[in-house]
Design a protein around this ligand. Sequence first.
Ligand SMILES: Nc1ncnc2c1ncn2[C@@H]1O[C@H](COP(=O)(O)OP(=O)(O)OP(=O)(O)O)[C@@H](O)[C@H]1O
Ligand SMILES: [Mg+2]
Length: 412
Amino acid sequence: MGDLVVGIDVGTTKVAAIVGEVRADDVYVVGVGVEPSRGMKRGVVTDIAQLSQAIGAAVHKAERSSGYDISRAFVSLAGSQVKSTSSRGTVGLVPNRGIRAEDMEKALDSARTIAVPHTHEIVAVIPRSFAIDDHSIRSPLGMFGFRLDVEVCVITTLSTVVSNLEQAVRAAGIYPDRFILNALAAGDCVLTETERDMGVVVIDIGGGTSDLAIYCEGVPWFVSVVPIGGDLITNDITHLVHVPFEVAEAVKLQHGHAVEREVSETDTFVVQPFGEGIPTEFHRRELAMVIEERTKELFDHVRKEIKHSGLDDVLRAGAVITGGGSQLPGIKEIAARSLDCPVRLARPDRVTGMADSLRTPAYSTSIGLLRLGLQLDSVGVQPAAQNGNGRSGGFGGLFGGFFRRFLPGDDD
Ligand SMILES: Nc1ncnc2c1ncn2[C@@H]1O[C@H](COP(=O)(O)OP(=O)(O)OP(=O)(O)O)[C@@H](O)[C@H]1O
Ligand SMILES: [Mg+2]
């Protein structure tokens, strides 16, 4: 891709295409195109033609704003079918020869050989730690030994989820260079090194889904997707006040709060419900009650996923929430209560270029795509052009950003 990186965050609410120039190992944003999403529900494609149009429109805007033609991009991947599991790979070493990158690749390859249902496929293999002859090693390259072991996090999803997304992206005239999981892109964007080392869960609360990733010892250990996002809250509001989705969305943004008792009993708002069309007054507290209930349900799911991961004891840095849905007033309090840990609300801070409009939590994944994509490509170890399914685009995570940690001289 040369000096240019493009990320297309294909969300349920919006499609964001972001063009970045690579400058001094970082990304400088030179163009942005955002378009309301169509043809996606809960992180999966429901209408390829509609989604492809939305992607095309976002790309077109990004082309106009950057002055570049876009033909390929890193693409975000979500969907509630995303699962992670642990695996271990082993490779025998050539005596009297230092370990090479290809030995590490072989060890990772052997870790990929896990039983995956034929309906699913591996989307990332992320190394957690290496050991030579049972001794844990920070950076195996160049070292001597008889056997190299690697512990990995293998991430899988339903194959059709990726195929449909690939179709939609290709139909918009874009070649998907890599698919990168939402939660990993968001984690790369908003987490600090200290948080990643200490143990943290990042939760990207979008419109259709909430994507979470648990990091510890610097790398992702677990990812999962909860099928509850901001849209479900808006949907609840349509039932409460009997208005179309768009009006309920405006009510949420203007009057919504996630903590019922924080809202004054006397606060009211007026909307014009379906039917008679007579303006009706509602109590903000009633609205907050509905929002609080759904928000609690969301974090109950997240808590269960964390428990299920077996990593609930390692989250010493607590939780970091981001994504458009994290901007709901009071959500931090509900998250802290449900998860019983400190919670930080994060947005992309370290963005340079024409990025003012991107410094909000809704763009953490979009910015992370550029950064992580860039890292994945910059270590000189390319993913296979074809995976087992014959898919053209690569999947982030086999090497690159997560692999770099194990290369000499990287003190992350
Ligand atoms: N200020 C706000 N207060 C509350 N909710 C908000 C606010 N701003 C945006 N949202 C909600 O954030 C959601 C959209 O978030 P985001 O843009 O991250 O989603 P997405 O990436 O398109 O979706 P997904 O990642 O789930 O596919 C919507 O439900 C919207 O109502
Ligand atoms: Mg999103």
